[in-house]
Design a protein around this ligand. Sequence first.
Ligand code: Z5A
Length: 212
Amino acid sequence: MTAGRFITFEGGEGAGKSTQARMLADWLEARGIALVQTREPGGTPGAEAIRALLLDPQGEDWPLEAEALLFAAARADHVARLIRPALAAGKWVICDRFIDSTRAYQGGEGSLSDADILALHQTGSGGLLPDLTVLITVDDTETAKRLAARDGDESDRIGGRSAQFHTKVARRFTEMAKAEPDRFVTISGAGSPQEVHQRVIEAVSARLGELA
Ligand code: Z5A
């Protein structure tokens, strides 16, 4: 049995992560690769329950530290009950957001440093990191257009934060990708979903070998 691979998609809201995760999963399955497609926060019943606590626009306005702990708790359940067992069974795991989202959205805010977030991840999830992280970048105007077309004026509790907050998040993603070039690949999300998908499969094939 070959080892499973763990691929995550990261980026701002509306970048096209879910669309690309789905397209990559279909492409891999068509090549006979057994996989699990999942998302964060969520992916298991417990983590989906925490997702509802975190993202409901009418829900609790959590202090930053509590928010980071809730994301870490959801991830601990997801890693223990879904991700590690799938990888151990030789399956690939394609996950829409993972630890780098907590580093980008909660890390560097208030009293929480990147090291604090990684320490929580070590405790909760044994520090599991993906084999490959695909960071999708899209400019603000295009993102706004896509989100308006899909959601109108509605957004979740975190998506609805200020433009300034989302600019900082985008900067943190870019800094992480620069700091860990062996794990991250940055893909432009411009163009049609099919055009972006082509870039994703080229990058995944190049990084993870003999897939095409
Ligand atoms: N969060 C956090 O703070 N800390 C954490 O640790 C984690 C998450 C894990 C999760 O929201 C929120 O939690 C998120 C971060 C925070 N809030 N914010 N920001 P979510 O899971 O509900 O949503 P999201 O992760 O932000 O993703 P999204 O809004 O669904 O966007 P996406 O997955 O990147 O995009 P998409 O759904 O594939 O596409 C968006 C729309 O654009 C859709 O209508 C598509 O059909 C369309 N689309 C996609 N690609 C294209 C192209 N290429 N051209 C044109 N239109 C396109």
